[in-house]
Design a binder for this molecule. Structure first.
Ligand SMILES: Nc1ncnc2c1ncn2[C@@H]1O[C@H](COP(=O)(O)OP(=O)(O)OP(=O)(O)O)[C@@H](O)[C@H]1O
Ligand SMILES: [Mg+2]
Length: 256
């Protein structure tokens, strides 16, 4: 349902994504791992049209975008963006709006829903991630974990075809990480298609059905969590996992 062909992105001559090819099925949860600066965020941001790649093609179902874009693609970019939803490391909530208003915002401005309908949908989404009781609080009066759950509700409520999560727990205090991981696992189990960038290797291993290792703008490893974490083929993957102390020794490490 999501297909990426020959996608390349440069910043000032520095190649960050180098002719990436990737095909994802509906319901896949793809864990994306790799060293810092290898293009993980750039890949997600390109799928969400926050970056404009120079070359390649992205398709979601029958909608296709070819790069470089031209003016006539504006409507398609908008449509494309509405098929993807992004959860950011730093939540990116609107400061002057309550939790409920943050979740309602896209429903009203983008999907043109009535205030009443938006409010009902937003409340259901907040309930789903366990923060409905905080609906009238402003972001600064919420913990990081609560803010991130509001941000996840804001993404879910728009019913995107693909959810992109870029290190959703790395800005959180350690004791708040598990409440957010739990919500992400619940969403994954509901059959949403997700691309998840995270340094929480154990979580990636548990939640993904496929893991990709990005290095130097290339996908150098692509397989099941078992294959990638237990029998990585690429030397860079082995080094990375060794450094993270993650190469599993025992079969039982894979029992979830
Ligand atoms: N807006 C930008 N302008 C110039 N260079 C950029 C820009 N955004 C990213 N880069 C560079 O592109 C490369 C890839 O960045 P990216 O943020 O995609 O890496 P990453 O894999 O997400 O890293 P991390 O694990 O640290 O988040 C890095 O070298 C980064 O410095
Ligand atoms: Mg990043």
């Amino acid at each position: 349902m999501l297909k990426i062909e020959g996608l390349s992105k440069k910043y000032e001559g520095n190649v960050v994504l180098d002719k990436i090819d990737l095909e994802i099925n509906k319901g896949d949860v793809i864990g994306i791992i790799g060293p810092s600066g290898t293009g993980k965020s750039t890949l997600l941001r390109s799928i969400n049209m926050l970056e404009k790649p120079e070359e390649g093609r992205i398709l979601i179902d029958d909608l296709s975008l070819e790069f470089p874009l031209n003016r006539v693609d504006r409507k398609k970019v908008f449509e494309f963006r509405s098929k993807t939803g992004m959860v950011f490391q730093r939540f990116n909530l609107l400061k002057h709006k309550t939790a409920l208003q943050n979740v309602m915002e896209g429903l009203i401005t983008v999907q043109k829903k009535s205030k009443l309908e938006a409010e009902q949908l937003a409340l259901t989404a907040l309930e789903q991630v366990g923060v409905a009781e905080w609906r009238n609080h402003y972001p600064k009066h919420l913990s990081g974990g609560q803010q991130q759950r509001v941000a996840i509700a804001r993404t879910l409520v728009m019913r995107p075809d693909v959810i992109l999560l870029d290190e959703p727990t790395s800005a959180l205090d350690p004791e708040l990480i598990s409440e957010v991981l739990k919500v992400i696992k619940e969403i994954a189990d509901k059959g949403y298609t997700m691309l998840l960038v995270s340094h929480e290797m154990n979580f990636i291993r548990k939640v993904s059905n496929r893991v990709i290792f990005l290095d130097g703008g290339h996908i150098v490893e692509d397989g099941s969590p078992r294959e990638v974490f237990k029998q990585p083929k690429n030397e860079r993957t082995i080094q990375f996992l060794q450094k993270m102390n993650i190469l599993a020794e025992h079969e039982e490490d894979y029992v979830i």
